[in-house]
Design a protein around this ligand. Structure first.
Ligand code: ATP
Ligand code: MG
Length: 382
């Protein structure tokens, strides 16, 4: 079976690596260069998008910001999962909020902004501080402003106005202002929904972000009450979208109540730990779901943490000498802050996971790998 992935980055690569053993062959379409490539070897094929859409058994995407003409070709093939509507919802925060409201899943109080009067009204109604985000672009904390005092309104509005003005009639730009949530921590849930509507959900993951980018995830330490809130949100949202494949939902945990931050209609960085922590990884399950194969077990096999490698051209080889530890390398050229790979470390207990993270903290400088030491202490003390 052949699967075409829109986008040719590390997620396409890991989808390929996780499904070769099932007899699935993956090709990727780079929407920037308009080339079809093998996402593992990076060999370029001389076939066209139209030919690959025709040949593919199923088509999927590794990101949300896909040109409309490409989406239209894939959607009309009848083989595109999770489908253009889900991709469009994940790629536009205003559509995402509409889905959350319709599905009665709680999120941060918000206001949509397309002109200055909306912005001034949002400052009055929601209060400050505000997190202001572009609706149609942005990832890893890009395309965001923080409004802390009224002195900043004019400056931030001038930057917002140029984003709104860069929209077009057929693809308008808008902005969302959200109340800044004083959360205790950030968590996410990854789940998979099959073609016949069966949902399986992985254990909740606790995530740490540094400058808006995910740096560390830990899975396997959550209580049943919070897990069931996240599962209920997953089932409501995945059913409302008639979703097929893996869907990720990021939440703020505020005193044990989960508020959705955002959804991602794809495999997600906060689910990379499933490669070592579960029977069936998020990548394999996504490929199984979109090709109509039975979806695999999502239960935790062992507590696992994931550490992102950002901007480094290599990791110390000694990391692999830590028991239960492995790395996944994406084969990209190093640039500051770029996601280059990740390290997964598993253990038989949370205490042992803490000890292994302490060993890793000796090898990985805090400036480049924030939070490893602190997380290890918290797990050991728990
Ligand atoms: P991603 O790479 O996850 O897609 P993104 O650029 O789409 O990131 P968000 O996840 O919306 O952006 O925001 C990035 C981070 O900013 C969040 O993980 C959170 O730490 C912080 N943040 C976003 N919205 C709020 C909010 N309303 N209140 C408090 N913090 C927020
Ligand atoms: Mg996010």
């Amino acid at each position: 079976m052949r699967v075409l992935v829109l986008g040719a980055g590390q997620l396409a690569r890991m989808m390929s690596l996780s499904s070769t053993h099932l007899g699935i062959e993956v090709l990727a379409y780079d929407v920037g260069t308009k080339q079809v490539i093998n996402p593992v070897t990076l060999d370029v094929s001389n076939s066209t998008l139209a030919q690959e859409v025709e040949r593919a058994y199923a088509i999927t995407a590794e990101f949300e910001h896909i040109p409309d003409d490409v989406l239209a070709v894939c959607e009309s093939s009848g083989k595109f999962y999770p489908g253009a509507q889900s991709i469009a919802t994940g790629g536009d925060r205003s559509k995402e909020k509409a889905l959350l409201d319709k599905s009665q899943v709680p999120c941060a109080p918000y206001a949509l902004i397309t002109e200055k009067s909306h912005f001034l009204a949002a400052v009055e109604q929601l209060g400050m501080p505000l997190v202001i985000k572009t609706c149609q672009a942005g990832y890893d904390g890009k395309g965001q402003w923080r409004l802390k005092s009224k002195d900043e309104v004019e400056q931030i509005w001038s930057e917002m106005a140029s984003f709104i003005a860069s929209g077009t009639h057929s693809a308008p730009h808008s902005i969302i202002a959200e109340k800044m949530i004083p959360f205790d921590r950030e968590v996410s849930i990854i789940g998979v929904r099959s073609k016949d509507g069966e949902c399986k959900v992985y254990p909740l993951t606790e995530n740490q972000h540094t400058n808006g980018v995910l740096t560390l995830s830990v899975a396997g330490k959550e209580k049943a009450a919070i897990q069931s809130q996240a599962e209920s949100a997953f089932e409501k949202l995945a059913s409302a979208l008639d979703y097929v494949g893996v869907l990720a939902i990021e939440f703020f945990d505020v005193g044990g109540q989960l508020l959705v931050n955002e959804i991602a209609p794809r495999v997600h960085n906060s689910g990379h730990w499933t490669q070592q922590g579960c029977h069936t990884s998020q990548f394999e399950n996504h490929m199984r779901a979109i090709t109509g194969l039975p979806v695999g077990c999502t239960q935790l096999v062992r507590p696992t943490a994931m550490i992102n490698v950002l901007g480094q051209s290599a990791i110390p080889h000694s990391v692999l000498a830590v028991p239960g530890c492995t790395s996944h390398w994406y084969g990209k050229d190093a640039k500051p802050g770029r996601k280059m790979g990740h390290i997964n470390v598993s253990a038989e207990s949370l205490h042992q996971l803490g000890e292994r993270l302490a060993e890793l903290a000796e090898l990985l400088p805090e400036d480049d790998y924030p939070g490893v030491q602190e997380t290890s202490h918290a797990l050991i003390l728990n």
